[in-house]
Ligand binder design. Sequence first.
Ligand code: ATP
Ligand code: FE
Length: 326
Amino acid sequence: MAEEAHSLAIDPVVQEALHKANLTERDLSAVAVTIGPGLSLCLRVGVQKARKIAGQFNLPIVGVHHMEAHALVARLIEQDLRFPFLALLISGGHNLLVLAHNLGQYTQLGTTIDDAIGEAFDKTAKWLGLDMRRSGGPAVEKLALEGDAESVKFSTPMKQHKDCNFSYAGLKTQVRLAIESKNIDFRIPISSTSCQDRKSRANIAASFQRVAVLHLEERCERAIEWALKIEPSIKHLVVSGGVASNKYVRARLDRAVKNNSLQLVCPPPSLCTDNGVMVAWTGIEHFCVGRFDPPPPADDPEDFMYDLRPRWPLGEEFAEGRSEAR
Ligand code: ATP
Ligand code: FE
């Protein structure tokens, strides 16, 4: 289904982008396309289209890492953001703390050992009977404004682990148990429930959000400490990925970063959730330093073996992290 949705969308999306920019393919200097990480069936749809345009108009191709694009789009909006910097990437499938040394050069300080925070927001939204038409995160954020964040006592994940890794599976279970104990029926949408039921759903949303973000704050504080030892010149923490659109997340992380005399850089929400601008921008960055593939042949065969990277870590793991953690 995902592949079919991509195949149906790709031509109109590219056309609309060119139309809005008032350009044609002949005005382009290169084509940037995400080659990983992600579902290879979906990646292939994009790469096929990119090769088709590049072949037809004799344009070089830049293969882009989806998570690098989430991080680098911050440099489009913040001209002062120079390497090295620290980045927290929080989305539906990733929870990464990386030290960005340069283009394509990252050290991974932490990752999730199970679920990403966006997945926890989405499940919480589903179990609370919220409107999932866009995605769960914004619905939880909105409902949390009506709730008391101290009312449900969820425990913060991985307190005893002194590293920069994340875990959200346990918090998800805590949320599910809290929902069951309040006899909340997720099949009844929030719009049709009683006032009291709505209040208990809001309390769970607010309490979940508080602890989910507290986990981010604790990990960021430690990552800043580690990062300053490796790259003492860092001045910024970039927070990006879909969950970075959340106002509570931004406010709490801004506070944590200022306490450490760094500056928070958070792209606007439209550039935090998946978007084409971040891929184009990352393509520009790589293109400008000469990292691109030559134009493919105009008669590129459909079954060409593309260089897709469904599993593609963003940089090397920080080996000393384990001893630091002790
Ligand atoms: P990945 O980047 O890891 O491959 P993805 O591309 O599917 O995952 P993004 O588009 O970057 O994910 O982010 C989508 C996630 O962000 C969803 O889980 C969604 O619920 C979450 N999200 C979006 N807006 C908010 C918000 N305001 N509050 C909390 N979460 C949000
Ligand atoms: Fe994404």
